[in-house]
Design a protein. Structure first.
Length: 436
């Protein structure tokens, strides 16, 4: 093992030995090399005469560029666009995103958490979690309604074993007891367990209530205190898109960070949905853990390992995207414009709720509870979801996602409010066509 990796492992072990046991073999081997990037960073601070380190081209003191590209980027400095961004992300953006996290989750204010690390959006963040913590044969605990890409990232790439519990309880809320039972069965003997929580949820469009949030955190903290080593991954890609008054509107990180040395939390969020910049691919990974040691030293070591994983795969995330997201966060109009779009999506969601109250639809499907995000799901009666999906495309030109069995996912986020009623009428016709 490289001495730099050994040093990071010992730095973690000295302050929280449980975290070393949570790392995958690859995670233990990871380090950030003292090579070109670190030498260039040092030169950037001290080379006041000439800096001949980093592999970019300069012209008249700024990044060399083509005018035909720069002309499309009026108002942006070439040095904020064309050079490589640091492996962990643009420092000003990382700090601004942290400010945003603290403002939106007051429970984080008095918690010691890591500095957000920029990722190439949420999928890359999940891949980094897999690199750091998931090895062949590990168990990932998920509710039975989950984003299909989890399977590709964790089961196919990392060869983990996905175990599920019911997403919905008998009362229609989140099945906290199912989560608790899953942890009890899969984290026996103090072994590592990866628990992945996604709220607002894709595909269901369900987000937890305040009571459910407290119950989830109680289950996780108690399990850790009883000896389970838990890596809790919070996929919060749709954060902020809440359409009911009783929902928990903070990150679970605030309630889980600093609670127990066996509880490591990884929060994944980003600008993708929150700022409506899907193609920018700007996300963030933030660590939260507990223990009596120097948490700052553990966060520093985990950050360097994460930077090593980034350096050894994509090198760094796009600089231009990070600059544009930072400019948006700094804009005095950001919050008002964001709220305007959130309200538009909420109006669509409420229109869906209203339309689905039509009693005739009861013969065609059951509606899964939803209150947030981009999506909602239907359990089709007597017809497989894939059969319905194909029929709707061929007969009515309507596209849905079949998520397995009789379930279909409807993305109301891309349907104008005035078109919602027609959409569900066509889905109803399609079901009745097949049933007859």
């Amino acid at each position: 093992m490289n001495p730099l990796a050994q040093h990071l492992n010992e730095q973690i072990r000295a302050n929280n030995p449980h975290v070393v046991e949570m790392l995958s073999p690859f995670g233990r081997r990871l380090f950030f090399p003292k090579g070109i990037l670190s030498q260039s960073a040092e030169a950037k601070e001290k080379a006041f005469r000439f800096n001949a380190t980093i592999g970019i081209a300069l012209e008249k003191g700024e990044a060399m560029h083509l005018a035909c590209i720069q002309d499309m980027l009026k108002g942006l400095r070439p040095d904020d666009v064309f050079p490589y961004a640091p492996a962990a992300g643009k420092p000003a953006l990382r700090d601004k995103w942290r400010e945003k996290q603290l403002a939106e989750s007051p429970s984080l204010q008095d918690k010691q958490i890591g500095r957000p690390i920029a990722t190439n959006a949420l999928t890359h963040g999940l891949t980094l979690v897999g690199d750091l913590f998931v090895e062949e044969g590990d168990t990932v605990l998920l509710p039975d309604k989950f984003w299909g890409n989890y399977r590709l990232i964790l089961e196919v790439r990392k060869q983990a074993r996905i175990v599920t519990y019911p997403f919905y309880s008998a009362s229609g809320g989140f099945d906290v007891q199912g989560l608790e039972k899953g942890i009890e069965e899969q984290a026996t003997g103090g072994k590592k367990l990866i628990v992945l929580l996604n709220f607002p949820n894709n595909p269901t469009g369900y987000s937890i209530t305040c009571e459910e949030a407290e119950a989830i955190c109680r289950v996780l903290i108690e399990a850790a205190r009883k000896g389970a080593r838990l890596v809790v991954v919070l996929d919060e890609a749709y954060y902020g898109l809440f359409y009911a008054d009783n929902l928990f509107r903070e990150s679970l990180l605030g309630m889980l960070a600093n609670q127990d040395e066996r509880l490591l939390v990884v929060k994944l969020d980003g600008a993708t949905k929150e700022e409506f910049v899907w193609g920018f691919r700007v996300g963030f990974l933030t660590f939260g853990l507990g223990g009596q040691g120097d948490l700052g030293a553990v966060y520093e070591a985990l950050e360097k390992k994460t930077m090593g994983a980034i350096r050894g795969s994509i090198s760094n995330s796009p600089h231009l995207s990070q600059t544009l997201v930072l400019k948006a966060l700094e804009s005095s109009e950001f919050r008002s414009q964001q709220a305007e779009k959130f309200a538009l999506l909420e109006a669509r969601a409420r229109k869906v709720m209203q339309v689905l109250e039509n009693p005739k639809y009861a013969e065609a499907w059951t509606v899964y509870p939803f209150n947030a995000g981009y999506f909602m799901c239907l359990a089709i009666k007597g017809v497989e979801g894939e059969t319905l999906r194909k029929h709707l495309l061929d007969a009515y030109g309507v596209g849905l996602i079949a998520t397995g069995g009789n379930d279909v996912r409807v993305a109301f986020s891309c349907i104008e409010e005035e078109d919602v009623e027609e959409l569900f009428e066509l889905i109803y016709r399609g079901v009745m066509d097949l049933k007859s």
